[in-house]
Design a protein around this ligand. Structure first.
Ligand SMILES: Nc1ncnc2c1ncn2[C@@H]1O[C@H](COP(=O)(O)OP(=O)(O)O)[C@@H](O)[C@H]1O
Ligand SMILES: [Mg+2]
Length: 370
């Protein structure tokens, strides 16, 4: 009971609307992934209360956050419940948290918040196709995205993105090409089409180093690196050259592909790169005339294996000629056939990936203050 206040005045005093009462309400709203409230996550900025109108900025961890509407809605309804509030205006922005490299001995990419490796054990499982479409889908949300073709011997991304030009340079740095709202770089831009790159391991190391540090990536929320299949030199170089926030493993549901995916997971574990999740590509075929689902590989389930290994399953993409056609013609299917089951699956997976990156970034060790 407030000193000196009469009983009949209490409701009025309680109804006094100020920043404090709004923040108290916002402290009850949790980020569903990070399991902490919006205030302690520093997600509320520029709060102002004028008469019965509340305005604030909601700072999300990523523009690609699929929970954006839910968090915004929860924040709005919590504030609307504060006595005296008539109007709530929320400006939603995003700012990625850039976690510190726990070992701090790898050269950071100054403007890049998170480097994500896309790997697989086996070739031909659709890793490049998935990487290109995920990058495009993330960029379509407004996130700043780069895509690095780490497949030095078999660079497919210029074809899949439909862009093949010699990149230019500025102040000794190579400028990445821009396509579909993202920046990208590939060995395929530096050699003539059809020419083979015949290099030994140490040269690969130099190429990866150059692609990371001599390319003007600028400010990026995500840099996706499409790795060659296997567990070899490029994978090692990438991880030695910069800090990778996490890896995604792509597989098909065939037994051999899953066996190789398990090896890729083991490699990332050995290199202390967290696996953000597993994607099953060419999961099934839905016959356009009879609508029956055909399990082409009809064998294993990547989802079961992922869950058995304690890894998140990010989603399944059906096999469909449009997906291949999108890659061959340089028009990523997420933009060319939006609303199709395969485009929807890819967009959904991009959102799941963004969630896992945010969770990983918040779980990363915070540098000691001393
Ligand atoms: N979901 C899919 N449906 C149909 N074709 C696909 C699908 N995913 C990939 N492909 C095709 O399979 C082939 C191999 O894919 P690619 O992305 O090059 O694999 P990787 O990078 O793992 O070697 C390409 O021709 C590609 O267009
Ligand atoms: Mg590839």
């Amino acid at each position: 009971m407030l000193a000196g206040a009469r009983w009949e005045e209490v409701p009025e005093i309680m109804a006094k609307l100020d920043n404090e009462s709004v923040l108290t309400a916002l402290k009850t709203v949790m980020d569903p992934d990070l399991h902490r409230d919006l205030v302690s996550l520093n997600m509320i900025e520029d709060l102002s209360v004028v008469d019965d109108r509340v305005t604030f900025t909601l700072v999300l961890t990523t523009a690609a956050c699929p929970l954006k509407d839910q968090i915004e809605g929860d924040a709005r309804s919590a504030v609307m419940k504060v006595p005296g509030v008539r109007e709530v205006t929320i400006r939603t922005i995003s700012r990625m948290r850039k976690p510190k490299d726990p070992t701090a001995d790898r050269k950071a990419l100054p403007g890049v918040a998170s480097v994500i490796a896309i790997g697989s054990g086996k070739g031909g499982v659709g890793k490049s196709t998935v990487a290109a479409n995920l990058a495009v889908a993330l960029a379509a949300t407004g996130a700043r995205v780069g895509l690095l073709d780490g497949d030095i011997y078999g660079p497919n991304l210029p074809r899949m993105l439909g862009v093949r030009r010699q990149p230019s340079t500025r102040d000794g740095k190579v400028l990445p090409l821009e396509a579909w709202g993202l920046k990208f770089m590939s060995m395929g831009l530096l050699v003539d089409e059809g020419e083979a790159v015949v290099w030994r391991g140490p040269m690969l190391h130099g190429a990866i180093k150059s692609f990371l540090h001599d390319v003007e990536w600028g400010d990026l929320d995500y840099l996706l690196v499409d790795l060659p299949p296997g567990t070899g030199d490029v994978q090692l170089s990438l991880i030695q050259q910069t800090w990778v926030v996490g890896a995604v493993v792509v597989t098909t549901p065939s037994t051999v592909a899953i066996e190789d995916a398990v090896k890729a997971v083991a490699m990332f574990a050995k290199l202390h790169v967290p696996v953000l999740g597993v994607i099953e590509n060419m999961s099934y075929f839905e016959c356009p005339s009879c609508r029956t689902r055909h399990e082409i590989f009809n064998s294993a389930s990547a989802e079961e294996r992922a869950l058995a290994m304690g890894l998140p399953f990010l989603g399944a993409i059906p096999i469909h000629p449009d997906v291949r056609e999108g890659g061959d013609s340089g028009k990523p299917v997420v933009l060319e056939k939006p609303g199709s089951p395969y485009a929807r699956a890819l967009v959904e997976i991009a959102g799941q990936l963004a969630r896992r990156v945010s969770i990983q970034a918040h779980a990363a060790p915070v540098p000691s203050a001393v």
